[in-house]
Design a protein around this ligand. Structure first.
Ligand SMILES: Nc1ncnc2c1ncn2[C@@H]1O[C@H](COP(=O)(O)OP(=O)(O)OP(=O)(O)O)[C@@H](O)[C@H]1O
Ligand code: SF4
Ligand SMILES: [Mg+2]
Length: 380
């Protein structure tokens, strides 16, 4: 369902199946993001602050997360991944749209409802050091959620915290140490233990390993996977590193300038990307096998990422897309399954990449005077 930022349907619609929905083999829908917008006003003036524009950080996102799965979210810096994560966890109020968690709209929860929701949904952040207060002992940091929700005190709290430390591979005897006395990987384990304290149903991991050494990254990722198996957790996993996302995710959604461009089961998306942006991202990712790297063609995107203050018309990828045609400037493509794709593989593109199609040397077919409405359309 497409609506504009005021929450009205815009008439273009994403059609049937138009959301980055959860994959087969997992449980019912846990989170449903329904036409969500998050705009940040830009204000000018000293006394009378006047709104002079808006950052369209999240601009009409539909997606679903199913119980027990990991939904990976990828996309270039500034495309709105963290903003979306903050909307899902209730840290940002949405500008428009709904977010259903177990069927309840969290954008309309009262104080009590919000408190209960905050027990069920936790976040793990990129910077393990920045998200831990350096002047507090690790035991009290991990025990914070118990204090906030008035659960367990004194010796019982200490016992539970030490249990959590053991669960994430920390020595429970280090309960009284300060964050600075731990390595980067251990600090992220502290963040994981804190997130697990209240037995959440959903954990949103925002670049949880980006700040860690590669060798440590694998340990933390494997810890998260083991915990998921053991505790039946559901993850939304945001990362820049496409190979990390492929490894952890059941499904992947690709974001571009505040919107989802493509979403599919992880293997399908990596093997058969349909959106030219996904294909470009994958072609730019490092390939471990030297033979494959030699064969692979790198799709070089022209131009910078446009400003989210004034996103391009139609398909917002059109100024950089090697397949762009005039229709792309006029019409925002809906996020729907494309011909030949399974229902859970959705792509927002008028001219999806065909198997074997080479984009590296393609040039956009946008006419010079692209504002003329009667310009010929490229064939679908
Ligand atoms: N509080 C805010 N006020 C104004 N603009 C914001 C705010 N938070 C984010 N933005 C803007 O919203 C856009 C999306 O930012 P966001 O942090 O969600 O991107 P991201 O995909 O997480 O990027 P990165 O990969 O670098 O973490 C950016 O243009 C950013 O500058
Ligand atoms: S709709 Fe057009 S501009 Fe957008 S990704 Fe597809 S081909 Fe490229
Ligand atoms: Mg971010």
């Amino acid at each position: 369902m497409n609506r504009d930022a005021s929450g009205q349907r815009d008439g273009t619609g994403t059609g049937s199946g138009g959301s980055a929905s959860g994959g087969a083999g997992h449980g019912e829908v846990l989170v449903s993001v329904d036409a969500v917008y998050k705009h940040f006003p830009i204000k000018q003036g000293i006394v009378f602050k006047k709104e002079i524009g808006r950052v369209h950080a999240v601009d009409g996102v539909d997606l679903e997360v199913r119980r027990g799965e990991t939904l990976g979210i990828v996309g270039e810096s500034g495309c709105g991944k963290s903003t979306l994560a903050r909307c899902i966890t209730g840290l940002h109020q949405v500008t428009a749209g709904r977010i259903l968690f177990e069927g309840d709209d969290i954008t309309r929860l009262g104080k009590a409802g919000l408190k209960a929701f905050r027990r069920d949904v936790q976040m793990i952040f990129q910077d393990p050091y920045g998200s831990l207060n350096p002047r507090r002992r690790v035991g009290s940091i991990i025990g914070d959620p118990f204090a906030v929700h008035s659960i367990a005190g004194g010796a019982e709290r200490k016992r539970r915290v030490q249990e959590l430390m053991e669960l994430v591979g920390l020595n429970p005897e280090h309960y009284n140490r300060f964050p600075a006395e731990f390595s980067g990987g251990q600090r992220q384990r502290i963040g994981v233990a804190r997130a697990l304290a209240l037995k959440p149903k959903l954990i949103v991991c925002d670049e949880p390993v980006s700040a860690l050494d590669v060798s440590i990254q694998a340990q933390v990722i494997n810890l998260l996977k083991d915990l998921q198996d053991e505790l039946g957790l559901t993850y939304v996993f945001i990362a820049h590193d496409l190979s990390v996302v492929r490894y952890v995710s059941d499904r992947v959604a690709v974001m571009y300038l505040g919107k989802v461009g493509e979403a599919a089961e992880a293997e399908t998306l990596y093997v058969r990307p349909r959106h030219p942006y996904t294909a470009a991202l994958l072609s730019a990712a490092s390939i471990a096998d030297p033979d494959e790297a030699e064969r692979a063609e790198r799709i070089v995107l022209t131009g910078d990422v446009p400003s989210p203050i004034d996103p391009p018309s139609g398909c917002r990828f059109h100024p950089r897309c090697p397949k762009a045609a005039d229709r792309c400037i006029r019409e925002d493509p809906p996020l729907v399954p494309r011909e030949g794709d399974p229902p859970d593989h959705v792509t927002a593109c008028h001219f999806p990449v065909e198997p074997g199609e080479r984009l590296a040397h393609k040039h956009a077919a946008i006419a010079q005077v692209s504002t003329q409405p009667e310009l010929p359309e490229a064939e679908e």
